[in-house]
Ligand binder design. Structure first.
Ligand code: S3P
Length: 438
C-alpha cells in the first residue's frame, strides 16, 4: 500500500491526529552526487554506503559510468566506483532534474581532454548555467556560449584561477574546484558567504590538499585523488519535512536518526528553534567526516521569525518548508534575501506564494523578501497546489495538508522520487493521512 503511494502521480494530505515514530531518511543528496563523481575521478575503488537512490543521483551514477568509470550497485544504497581517466561519452549526458549533477559534472569534465554534451529535463534546461561556464571558460575550457543546457564542453589544458563568485553557491564553488584538480597553477574560489562545504571535506577524504581560509577555498599542490570509503548520512533537507510535520501536527513526536548536522546545512533547524520549536539533538557523532545527530521534534506552538539574508545559504532548499511552519505560527514571518529561489527546480518564490494563498494563508513577496502571515494554528487548507514539477514544493504542501483544516492536494507527486524516494510511505508510517489522488 505504501509502495503504491510512492509511485502515485497525484497525492493529497488530510488533517492528521498525531505523528509518531523513529525513522531514518535516505542519504544526503549533495554528498551522494559528490561521492560518485569523486569516486569516478579517483585512483582505485571507492565504496559508498547509504547512497541516496533518488533519480537525481541515479542520473549522476549513469553519467559517471558514461564518462568511463565502473559504477556498480551491490545492494540497497551500497555502491562501488572504480575510478578512471574520463573519456568522451558516446551520447549526450542526461542529468535529469539535477542542477547539482549538471554543474558538478561540467566542472569535473572540464579537466579532461574530452568533449561531452550535457542536457537535462525541461526544468533543468531552463536553469542558468553561465554561473559555472564563465569560470570554466576563464580556466581555459571551451564551451558553447549561452546560459542553458544543452551545453557541449571541450576540456583539458586548464590553468588556475582566483574566482570571486558573485553568489554563495556550492555548485559553482564545486565546479571550479573539480576542474581545478586537473589545472596548472593556483586554484582559489572566494564566496560572498560560505556555502555547503561537502566538496572540500570529501576532497580531503580522497587525499587532496584543500585549504579553507574564511570565505576562500584553495587547492594545494597535492591534487591526486585516491579511492576511499564514504558513509552518506541522512539528508537534513529530507528530514526537514518529517520534523516540521511533527511540529505542526498536534500530539506528535518523531525522531529521525542519523541526520547530517553540518553547520552549513542547519539554518532551518536554527530558525525553527528561534520560533520556539521543541527540537532536540541526541547522539551527536561524526560519520564519514561529517557531523550527524538523531533529531526529535514534538508538537510546538510556533511564533514568527525574521530570517536574515546571511542565513540563506545554510537553508537554501528549506524555504518552502519554513514557509509551511510560518503559516502555522503566530505572527508575521519575514524571510529576506531569497533571489536564488527563483532559479531552483521551479521559481520557488512564486510557487510558495501561490501555494500558500491557495491554502488560505496570506503571504506576499516584496523584492526578495517573503512575508507569511501565520494562522496561529491550522490554516484553512483545501487547496490544490501547482508544484511546477518541483519536489520540494510538493513535499512542503503535503506537509501543510496534515495540519490544515481541509485536505491539500498537489498536482504532481512522482518527482518527489528525485530526492526523497519513499517520502509518502514514510509519512504514512508515522500516522500521516496521505493518500493517492484527488
Ligand atoms: C547543492 C547546492 C545548492 C542547493 C542544491 C544542492 C549542492 O545549490 O540548492 O540543492 O549539492 O551543491 P546552489 O549551490 O546553487 O545554491
Amino acid at each position: 500500500m505504501t509502495e503504491a503511494l510512492d509511485i502515485a502521480d497525484r497525492l493529497s494530505a488530510a488533517p492528521s491526529k498525531g505523528l509518531r515514530g523513529h525513522i531514518a531518511v535516505p542519504g544526503d543528496k549533495s554528498i551522494s552526487h559528490r561521492a560518485l563523481i569523486l569516486g569516478g575521478m579517483a585512483e582505485g575503488e571507492t565504496r559508498i554506503e547509504g547512497l541516496l537512490e533518488g533519480r537525481d543521483v541515479l542520473h549522476t551514477a549513469a553519467a559517471v559510468r558514461a564518462l568511463g568509470a565502473k559504477v556498480t550497485r551491490l545492494g540497497d544504497g551500497l555502491w562501488t566506483v572504480q575510478g578512471a581517466e574520463w573519456r568522451s561519452p558516446e551520447a549526450p549526458i542526461d542529468c535529469g532534474n539535477s542542477g547539482t549533477g549538471a554543474r558538478l559534472l561540467l566542472g569535473a569534465a572540464a579537466g579532461y581532454e574530452i568533449h561531452a554534451t550535457f542536457t537535462g529535463d525541461e526544468s533543468l534546461r531552463s536553469r542558468p548555467m553561465r554561473r559555472v561556464l564563465d569560470p570554466l571558460r576563464q580556466m581555459g575550457a571551451r564551451t558553447d556560449d549561452g546560459d542553458r543546457l544543452p551545453v557541449t564542453i571541450r576540456g583539458g589544458g586548464l590553468h588556475g584561477i582566483s574566482y570571486r563568485s558573485p553568489t554563495a553557491s556550492a555548485q559553482v564553488k564545486s565546479a571550479v574546484l573539480l576542474a581545478g584538480l586537473h589545472a596548472q597553477g593556483e586554484v582559489e574560489v572566494i564566496e560572498p558567504a560560505r556555502s555547503r562545504d561537502h566538496t572540500e571535506r570529501m576532497l580531503r577524504a580522497f587525499g587532496c590538499d584543500v585549504e579553507v581560509d574564511g570565505k576562500a577555498v584553495r587547492l594545494g599542490v597535492g591534487r591526486r585523488l585516491r579511492a576511499t570509503d564514504i558513509m552518506v548520512p541522512g539528508d537534513p533537507s529530507s528530514a526537514a519535512f518529517l520534523l516540521v510535520a511533527a511540529l505542526i501536527v498536534p500530539n506528535s513526536e518523531v525522531t529521525v536518526y542519523g541526520v547530517l548536522t553540518n553547520k552549513l546545512r542547519t539554518g532551518l533547524f536554527e530558525t525553527l528553534l528561534e520560533m520556539g520549536a521543541d527540537l532536540s539533538f541526541a547522539n551527536r557523532r561524526i560519520v564519514g567526516g561529517e557531523e550527524v545527530a538523531d533529531i526529535t521534534a514534538r508538537s510546538s506552538a510556533l511564533t514568527a521569525v525574521e530570517v536574515d539574508p546571511g542565513r540563506v545559504p545554510s537553508m537554501i532548499d528549506e524555504f518552502p518548508i519554513l514557509a509551511v511552519a510560518a503559516a502555522c505560527a503566530s505572527g508575521q514571518t519575514l524571510m529576506h534575501g531569497l533571489a536564488e529561489l527563483r532559479v531552483k527546480e521551479s521559481d520557488r518564490l512564486a510557487a510558495i506564494l501561490i501555494g500558500l494563498k491557495s491554502c488560505g494563508v496570506s503571504a506576499a513577496i516584496i523584492g526578495d523578501t517573503l512575508m507569511v502571515d501565520g494562522c496561529d494554528g491550522p490554516c484553512a487548507g483545501g487547496g490544490a497546489v501547482t508544484t511546477h514539477g518541483d519536489h520540494r514544493i510538493a513535499m512542503s504542501f503535503l506537509t501543510l495538508g496534515l495540519a490544515a483544516r481541509g485536505p491539500v492536494a498537489v498536482d504532481e507527486a512522482e518527482m518527489i522520487g528525485t530526492s526523497f524516494p519513499g517520502f509518502a510511505g514514510l509519512m504514512a508510517s508515522l500516522g500521516a493521512r496521505i493518500g493517492e489522488g484527488r
